[in-house]
Structure formats: structure tokens, C-alpha cells
Ligand binder design. Sequence first.
Ligand code: GSH
Length: 202
Amino acid sequence: MKLYTNAHSRGNTVLPLLKELEIEDQVDIIQVDYANLNQPEYLALNPMAKLPFLVDQGSVISETPAIFAYLADKYIEKGFAPTLNDPKRGEYLKWLFFCHGPLTEFMDIKSLGVSAEQIQEKRRSLAFGTEQSVYRFIQSGLGQANPYLLGDRISAADLFLAYWLIYAISFKIVPYLDEFKPFIQMVQKRETVKDIAWIQMI
Ligand SMILES: N[C@@H](CCC(=O)N[C@@H](CS)C(=O)NCC(=O)O)C(=O)O
């Protein structure tokens, strides 16, 4: 497999997953400058001209949560994804999709400086609804976490949510609410991320 990424890209979130799955030796890391993403060789792989993307046996997997889901399924024996017939799988997918959908939209809208009044006015068509509903959803999920989102085993969804929260909190898009702390601190203590500066920066 080849993972196309660079030091500034959200491809950084995939690197600890490779460690967690113990597959670092099976993935070549290809460094690509953002400035080169519009070259034909990269556009042929990802017409979005974005990083990261993973290539496995001729298939191109772009979109970070798709890479998470793909790798966790490919190495399902490592326990980072519930199996197909596990009822927890629906909740697992819910968290991956929530982070990539409503949470990402919310963060983009906030970082663009859209006012609370505009958000309120457009809330029915915005995927995240309101700021309050985003926090309520995460607080409720973490309130039921035991200690991970799906119970006593960590999954790729925990890693993905933790990265998004750490990123959003460090950029002051989201406040570091008390309800987030035990979960984030638990993920920060994992051996695979202890040397990753941006994950430890809050
Ligand atoms: N939806 C994509 C977004 C990827 C994305 O926005 N990547 C940024 C880096 S974090 C990028 O490649 N930016 C380079 C550019 O737009 O020139 C995902 O989740 O993987």
C-alpha cells in the first residue's frame, strides 16, 4: 500500500492508526507537496487534488474516514472495527460519518467567521444544525462512553473523533469542555501518539 500525504496534511491522523494496526511496514509513505497536487500524475489518483489518499492494489481511497474504515476492516482481527454482524457497527459508522460530515462542516463554518445569527437562520439546511447541537451530540456520546465510544474496546472511531476534537480545540474553534477531557486525555496516553506533537498540544 502507498499513503500519499505530507507533514501538514490530515494524513498525519492516519499514521498512528498504522501503528495501532501494526502495519507500518506494509505502507510506503509518499510525501507530496501541496503545490504538486494539480500535476496530472496526482490528479489521476485523486481528482480532488487533496491529501491524504491511500492506494491499495490499484484502488484509490481518498477521504480520511474512508481510509480509517478501510484499514480497520482490512485488518479486522486487530479489533479496531466491529465486525459486519456486530450491532455496534452502526454506531461506529455513525461516529466516523459525524466527524466527516456535520462536525467538519461546523468547523469550516466557524473558521470562516459565519455569525451565530446566520447559523441560526440557516440551521435547517446546515448538516450540523447549531453549535449547541454539535456539542450536545458529542457530550452525550462521551457521557455514554465506557470508556470508549463503543464500550471497553477502542475503535478507529475513537481515534478519529479524538483527532478532530484536538484539532478543533487547538485552533480555538471548539472550547475544551470538561466533558471532553477524560476521553481526549485517554487517547493522548496511547503509546502510538505520545510523540506526536500536535496531538499532545492541548
Ligand atoms: N475531505 C478530505 C479533505 C482533505 C483535505 O482537505 N486535505 C487538505 C490538507 S488537510 C489538502 O490536501 N489541502 C491541499 C490543497 O487544497 O491544496 C479528507 O477528509 O480527507
